[in-house]
Design a protein around this ligand. Structure first.
Ligand SMILES: Nc1nc(=O)c2c([nH]1)NC[C@@H]1CN(c3ccc(C(=O)N[C@@H](CCC(=O)O)C(=O)O)cc3)C=[N+]21
Length: 284
């Protein structure tokens, strides 16, 4: 068997087309503010990608590129100013933050109605209790991708490998809400392959290059690769690889590529969330 590829680009384009449509119904438009500290190359490149896509969709976009040593108080003051600015629709603080900044305090400072990452405790709680307004971008993008390719979720056995706050845990909440039977495994799960082989849909979100091999996958399963690892191979420039080994293609029924799979969905969902936030401000 060779797995059907589930590329992110067409699904992301469909999501962006819907965002554009909803944006057209907003006379004031929408404005995304991204705050980035320091010059970590991955963060610089992700933020540039978000900014460029936002403009393509017709959103206003401002990147606040601050020095790595920015005091937490200055960051909190900027967030307070954007919270109070009625023209600022969405606020995103790029992670990871430098060690001298308390990330959870910073995320809690963002107005939950402008929290386009969906990381504020109010939005996290809302996600688990069925009152989602702004869903976290990567898990919501993953579900949009499954929907785009008409992969059924209800009644299926979903296994997530990874328990992060930004992917594994919120993805579990969203799959439960869609009537999947959900198992969350992780790097310390004994006999991981026995757990993952039960999956109809397997989500790899641990952040370890090529952790998931054919031995982890039941024949015909759908495999969603959420990993974005900068992989260094001797004598080659570093490249982006997923959590799923390429040999899984010969076992899975369908597989998302890396790059070009979940990544573009994350960005598209962020812009959709920004439009959603602007709608909430226009019609509270
Ligand atoms: N507050 C916050 N929110 C985030 O959503 C957030 C974050 N911090 N910190 C870092 C992670 C990572 N992340 C990605 C977004 C897009 C791609 C993406 O578009 N990747 C492309 C390739 C990009 C490339 O080649 O570098 C792809 O997979 O095809 C990947 C990763 C968002 N994150």
């Amino acid at each position: 068997m060779t797995a059907r590829a589930l590329p992110g680009a067409p699904a992301a384009e469909a999501l962006l087309a819907r965002a554009r449509e909803r944006l057209a119904a907003l006379p004031g438009g929408a404005h995304l503010h991204v705050i980035r500290l320091g010059d970590d190359p991955a963060s610089v490149s992700y933020v540039r990608l978000k900014d460029r896509k936002a403009r393509e969709v017709g959103l206003r976009s401002t990147v606040h590129a601050l020095p790595d040593a920015t005091p937490e108080a200055d960051l909190l003051a900027l967030i307070a100013r954007l919270n109070a600015d009625p023209a600022a629709s969405g606020i995103l603080v790029q992670l990871p933050l430098p060690a001298h900044v308390n990330a959870s305090r910073v995320l809690r400072a963002i107005d939950p109605d402008k929290d386009v990452d969906g990381f504020h405790p109010v939005n996290v709680g809302g996600l688990w209790s069925g009152e989602t307004r702004l869903p976290p971008c990567t898990p919501a993008g993953v579900l949009a991708l499954l929907d785009h390719y008409a992969v059924p979720v209800a009644g299926k056995r979903a296994v997530i490998v990874g328990r992060s706050n930004i992917v594994g845990k919120p993805l579990a909440a969203m799959l439960l809400a869609r009537d999947a039977t959900v198992t969350v495994a992780h790097s310390r799960t004994p006999d991981l392959s026995a757990v993952t082989r039960a999956a109809d849909i397997l989500f790899a979100a641990v952040g370890r290059a090529h952790l998931i091999t054919p031995a982890h996958v039941r024949s015909g399963a759908t495999v969603i690769d959420v990993g974005v690892n900068r992989h260094a191979v001797a004598d080659e420039p570093p490249r982006l690889v997923g959590d799923v080994h390429p040999d899984v293609r010969s076992v899975a029924g369908a597989l998302t590529p890396v790059p070009g799979g979940v990544g573009p969905m994350t960005v598209a969902q962020l812009l959709m969330n920004t439009v959603t936030a602007a709608h909430h401000h226009a019609h509270p």
